[in-house]
Each structure stands twice: as C-alpha cells, then as structure tokens.
Design a protein around this ligand. Sequence first.
Ligand SMILES: Cc1cc2nc3c(=O)[nH]c(=O)nc-3n(C[C@H](O)[C@H](O)[C@H](O)COP(=O)(O)O)c2cc1C
Length: 374
Amino acid sequence: MRTELCDRLGIEFPIFAFSHCRDVVAAVSQAGGFGVLGAVGFTPEQLEVECRWIDEHVGGKPYGVDLVIPQKYEGMGEIDPEKLEGMLRAQIPLTHREFAAKLLADHGVPELPPENRARELLGWTEATAAPQIEVALKHERVRLIANALGTPPKEIIQQVQQTGRLVAALCGRVHQARRHREAGVDIVIAQGTEGGGHTGEIGSLVLWPQVIEAVSPTPVLAAGGIGTGAQIAAALAMGAQGVWTGSLWLTVEEAEAEPAQIDSLLRASSEDTVRSRSFTGKPCRMLRNDWTEAWEKPESPKPLGMPLQGMVTMDAIARTSRYAGAGQTQRVAFNPVGQTVGLMREVRSCREVIYDLVEGYLTASERLAALQPR
Ligand SMILES: Cc1cc2nc3c(=O)[nH]c(=O)nc-3n(C[C@H](O)[C@H](O)[C@H](O)COP(=O)(O)O)c2cc1C
C-alpha cells in the first residue's frame, strides 16, 4: 500500500481520515494513517487548543487541517469576519429562523443556556478561514492543509507551500479537479456522491478514473463510500495514491459523540441518507429525517445559500448535538454521513479500523494475484 505520497508525508498507509474530533486525528496518525482535523466549527482560539492537544498526543506523527473556503458564497469579497457576519445576518428572513425554531420546539429539543450560544459564522468563508490557517501553520506536525468546496485562493496556496507543507482540495467534478491542478494544489481529492458531508452527483467508480486522468501527474486521493480494504485496493488499482475517508470515523471509540447519535448511525442502512441543502445551503449528504423532509415541502421556505443557511441552523446543530438523546431530537438532528453508513455496524477503535482496512486490502490484492496465469 506504500505510494509516493506515503514517503512525502512520512506515513505508513495512504489512508487519510477526516474528523472534527482531535482524538480521532491523533489516533489515526498514531496507527500509521493520516488524521485530518476539520476546522470549520472552531474559532481560531479553539483551533489553537485543538492543535496543541494533537501535537502532544500524536507521537511525533504528521497530521492535517481542513478548511472550508467555497468557490462561491454570499458576501464574498468582505474579509473582516465581524463586518461580514453583521452584513449576512441582515439578509436572513425571519421566516427561516421561525421555521427552524418551530421544528426544534415541535420535537422537544431543549434550548441552549445563553452562555453557550456560539457565534453564527465560524468557517465557510475566506474571512473566517484566513485566521484558522495562521493558527494551523504555527504547528510543525501539521503537514497538509486541505480545502473543501472550492479551489483555495492563490495567496493561500502560496502561503502554505512556502512553509514546505502540502495543499489538497476536494472536488466532485472533473472540471473542478482541473481548476485545482491549474491553481497548483499538490493533491486532488476526488469525492464521489456516496460520500458524507458536501458532495456532488457523480459516483466514485466513475469519478475517480476521470479525475486521475485529468490531473495526472498530480496525485489523487479517492474519496466517497470507502469502508473496506477491498475498496482501497480498487482505488489504488485505478491509479489513486491513497484514500480519503470521513464517515467511517464517526462511530469509532475515540469519536466524541453522544450515544443517541452513534445509535442512529449504527442502525442506518445505505438507503437512509439524502443530499440536502437544509443545514448548510449546499448539497450535503446526511441521514434523512423530519428536518430534511420538512425543508423539502413545497410550502416550506427554500434553504438559503451558504453561509446564510448555516447561520439559520447553527443553533439547531448545537442543540441537537448537545441534547442528542432528548425527546425526538434525532428526528431533527444534523447527522452528516455517507452511504457507507450501511457498512458501519459496531464501535471499533481507530487502530482496529486501520488494521481491518489493511487486512481487507491484502485479501483483495491476493484475490487478484490468484487470477494471474501461472
Ligand atoms: C460528518 C462529516 C463532516 C464533514 N465535514 C467536512 C468538512 O468540514 N470539510 C471537508 O473537507 N470535508 C468534510 N466532509 C467530507 C469528508 O472530508 C470526506 O470527503 C467524506 O466523508 C468522504 O466520504 P465518506 O464519508 O464516504 O468516507 C465531512 C464528512 C462527514 C461524514
């Protein structure tokens, strides 16, 4: 499983694990993979605390930080985070706020104590991501900065590369992959529609080979739907230099999640996810529930663009995550996950997941080798 990227990053297996949870990031890197911390929900101060914690627990191994700077969003061009937040808040219709509040009240989701109410705009824009990069680059073990939803701005690519780190960017279409390559990113992550979180419409098996061909010799990580070692063998057979995974790490022992949320994920089948704009404003794969269905109804308000819809739902995300087990919270909770959720049946440690993936990869490779003429 050793690809050139393993040598460039100093890792044993080209298995990249996206997580918002620092314990998962540290455990995956310790187990020979490459943990990547999703920074979108953190203020720069919180991100500093998380990175410092990972530095102390990662055993000298490398890890990455992931930001969200979309290609297009409301309020683009404004780079003062507070000014931007005020400007955007004024654009949110009251009907949207009332619709969201009623859904939560109807499902018995408790309110947050006033001191726990967070700012409404954290990641999702260049203005809020720039201070996050400053923080990430202060940490020596951070060896990769990834960006979701768009090609990172030129200055950011240069800023990261000048420090000797690699820049990666996700894509769900071939033309986005080409744009990443032209901008000079070091790694393109091709994510098929099966994937959890923001995702496009093309299936992994069809997207990966097209992106690999379009950006060659830029290395490609295959993402979207990976839950077994045999799938990793398939991705590497197509020419990917590794895999980028997300959903798998939501139900590991190290993940910080409420039991009710873990339960929803372990019980879900591959048919229980939907691409919905109802939480963030862009199509995002998550468990289907009363919330996603309510925003689909013709008489309901249409989800706003990014980051406005995320500002409307910030309170819902915080409340349904904090009170995951209360009332009918799971019926309106934000549970982003991919179709691979149907393969997630039990809680395992990160080390066990990596071990099972490597073992599955070896079995698949042997299966193929046995097909060679003797
Ligand atoms: C809960 C969750 C949150 C995610 N948030 C982000 C994010 O903030 N930034 C990002 O680049 N990708 C995000 N993703 C996508 C992952 O990075 C990854 O591309 C995806 O999970 C791969 O597909 P899989 O879920 O089938 O493994 C998220 C995925 C999940 C499941």
